[in-house]
Design a protein around this ligand. Structure first.
Ligand code: HEM
Length: 404
């Protein structure tokens, strides 16, 4: 392992006051000053902090880098995350061949073709939510009335999870991704969700429906190729990843567009191609998975004139790579007209987001539908009074009070 240098700055997700859309300045500064540097984590351990786009793409695709959260030195994001490492183990924190063996059970459900087939259903859900918002009238919290129920309803239908249980699973997933959760709370939330999904998968084995978890149960549980626990953990990964991320992109993206009226108008009135480009730019600019892609070097890796030694912890800060001036001109400016497709908001390499096609469809439909239906949409409180999700593994807003 690498000798421990002394003054490694603390890893932080704290943003500068008045700049809620920009990564933390102490972290961003490293991109120019020392693109491959060391940071100190919450538990006093150190990790390599990789900030350049090219270095991250190289590392995340490198077979010598491991996503396995059971390795010593794996850089967990918090005490709760550390304590639930074993319990949280799914293919997102596995290496090949195990990772791909499990991931490929689901790739067919998230292809462009399969997710495009959901378009009409997603449009219908959006219309229903906007009808209800209009009917109730302003003010509203955009998170609870639109941004959160939309992806929750979509992923519930796809998996076959009853949406009536959303109070339970949304609360549990919030505790799991909150870095401030105590160890007992994080463990309890993680276990309750796995228990609930384990029961659900078992009941689907007996009474299958036309949904992903029924197919998982029929192909892997009933045949003995997988266990209740493994299926339940995979279901939990899909359920949590499927709604937390997209919900925060919808709310934070709307908040960012409301600060940029010309770009908002271009999204509201733009062609589907213009909207698709705007979604990529919002993904780049907002980079809601702001705690970085977390890895451990399985072997020595030479990169950027340095050697990352076998056993060293590595954080690929994809939010900062998405502001790399080598790849994006004027990176700190939201510009929906740019080509942003090379962003790393969905990661890179074998663990690149499985649900990205679904997320894209939801976002491409949600922003223009919301802005067209409520053309007078605006924040009900000044931006400075909005509560941002600095301590959550997925960034965004806790609430977005709006009027129209
Ligand atoms: C805007 C929305 C989303 C963002 C920004 C996002 C971001 C990410 C990122 C950065 C990764 C890579 C993790 C890593 O390398 O460590 C990832 C992986 C993953 N995402 Fe997403 N995601 C989104 C939506 C979704 C949705 C809708 C699903 C649906 C189930 C999903 C399921 C997954 C899964 C299963 C993985 C693990 C893939 C693997 O390890 O092979 N995500 N996502």
């Amino acid at each position: 392992m690498t000798e421990v240098p002394t003054a490694a700055p603390a890893f932080t997700t704290r943003r500068a006051s008045g700049c809620p859309f920009d990564p933390p300045p102490e972290m961003s500064r490293l991109q120019e000053a020392e693109p491959l540097s060391r940071v100190t984590l919450w538990n006093g351990e150190q990790a390599w902090f990789v900030t350049r786009h090219a270095d991250q793409v190289a590392l995340l695709r490198d077979e010598r880098i491991s996503a396995d959260n059971q390795r010593p030195n794996y850089p967990s994001v918090s005490a709760g995350n550390e304590a639930t490492r074993a319990h949280n183990r799914t293919f997102i924190t596995m290496d090949e061949p195990e990772h791909n063996e499990q991931r490929k059970r689901f790739t067919g459900d998230f292809t462009i073709k399969r997710t495009q087939a959901l378009r009409v259903r997603v449009e219908r859900i959006i219309d229903d939510l906007l009808d209800a918002m209009e009917k109730a009238g302003p003010p509203a919290d955009l998170v609870t009335s639109f941004a959160l129920p939309l992806p929750s309803l979509v992923i519930c239908e796809l998996l076959g999870v009853p949406y009536e249980d959303h109070g339970f699973f949304q609360r549990a997933s919030s505790v799991i991704i909150d870095t401030r959760s105590s160890v007992p709370d994080a463990l309890a939330a993680s276990q309750e969700l796995v228990e609930y999904l384990g029961d659900l998968v078992e009941s689907k084995a007996k009474n299958p429906g036309d949904d992903l978890l029924s197919r998982l149960a029929a192909q892997y549980l009933v045949t003995g190729q997988s266990t209740r626990d493994e299926c339940a953990k995979q279901a939990r990964l899909l359920l949590v990843a499927g709604h937390e991320t997209t919900a925060n992109m919808i709310a934070l993206g709307t908040c960012a567009l409301l600060q940029n009226p010309e770009q908002l108008a271009a999204v509201r009135d733009g062609s589907p191609e213009r909207v698709a480009g705007a979604v990529e730019e919002l993904l780049r600019y907002l980079s809601i998975t702001h705690m970085g892609r977390r890895r451990v070097a399985a072997q020595d890796i030479e990169i950027g004139g340095q050697t990352i030694k076998a056993g060293d912890a590595v954080i690929c800060a994809n939010d900062i790579a998405n502001r790399d001036p080598e790849v994006f001109d004027e990176p700190d400016r939201l510009n929906i007209h740019r080509q942003a497709r090379r962003h790393l908001a969905f990661g890179s390499g074998p663990h690149q987001c499985l649900g990205q096609n679904l997320a894209r469809i939801e976002l491409q439909l949600a922003y223009p539908a919301l802005l067209r239906r409520l053309p007078g949409l605006r924040l009900a409180r000044p931006l400075e009074e909005i509560s941002f999700r600095t301590d959550m593994a997925v960034y965004g807003v806790h609430e977005l009070p709006v009027v129209w």
